[in-house]
Design a protein. Structure first.
Length: 242
């Protein structure tokens, strides 16, 4: 008889370089009880490492991957997660545009290994498409199941979103749980932040969590994905070839 699956809680959050209320951000994250937090726009200027460490500590988490030179993306993890490997991948840069990167952590949770990547895609459609191959390669470098979470800077139906959703599960579309729209935090009109989950894993639910302090925490709303680990789909194919 198969044991019941454990629930891995993965959050994606563009925290706007902690320029708004850090206290509100901490309240939101703690209330959501994530095992993994994929940050975008993590601190990247003066004393960035100290600020990021302090923020992670306030949330009861630790930094697993992240560097300002890799586009200010980071992955934080909680005590239920074991980190096996971590890497930051810098994406091709054009003068005059923001540096982009991928932070990827290979982790073990309830006996299963999977990779989780934090991404912050470009504001420019051509650059988003140009970066796709490198983003997917960074996420899949370990050869097992993957989760990619981040600020896509594009809505469903766009070329980049279509490629992600063709290769992985768009977790909100598969199992909506919570509100849909992620930007802006005060007047949400677009869904540009997402959690994409390998087809080897079962999505239990995904969406914007309910919390009264979200509008004061950042200009984005967070996305929380709940993923079954060790359940019926955990031994399926790692991903499609789309």
């Amino acid at each position: 008889m198969t044991a019941p699956a454990s629930e891995l809680r993965v959050m994606s959050y563009n925290v706007q370089s902690l320029r708004m209320s850090v206290d509100a951000l901490v309240d939101v994250i703690i209330d959501c009880r994530p095992d993994v937090v994929c940050l975008q726009e993590a601190p990247r200027f003066l004393m960035w490492r100290r600020r990021l460490n302090a923020f992670a500590g306030l949330c009861g988490l630790q930094i697993a991957a992240g560097h300002r030179r890799a586009g200010a993306v980071a992955v934080l993890v909680g005590p239920r997660v074991t980190v096996l490997d971590a890497a930051e991948t810098r994406l091709r840069w054009r003068i005059g545009r923001h540096r982009r990167g991928v932070a990827t952590v290979l982790l073990e949770f309830d006996g299963q290994r999977l990779a989780v990547s934090s991404v912050h895609m470009s504001l420019y459609a051509d650059e988003r498409v140009a970066h796709l191959t490198a983003v997917i390669a960074a996420a899949e470098r370990h050869g097992g199941a993957v989760v990619i979470a981040g600020d896509i800077n594009e809505q469903p139906g766009g070329a980049t979103w279509h490629r992600f959703a063709g290769r992985y599960q768009d977790a909100y579309a598969v199992a909506p749980d919570g509100e849909e729209l992620t930007f802006s935090a005060t007047q949400p009109r677009r869904r540009i932040d997402a959690v994409f989950v390998d087809h080897a894993l079962a999505v239990l639910g995904c969406g914007v969590p309910a919390h009264p302090r979200i509008p004061e925490a950042s200009d984005h709303r967070p996305v929380l994905g709940r993923i079954a680990i060790g359940g019926r789909n955990s031994t399926g194919p790692t991903n499609s070839t789309g």
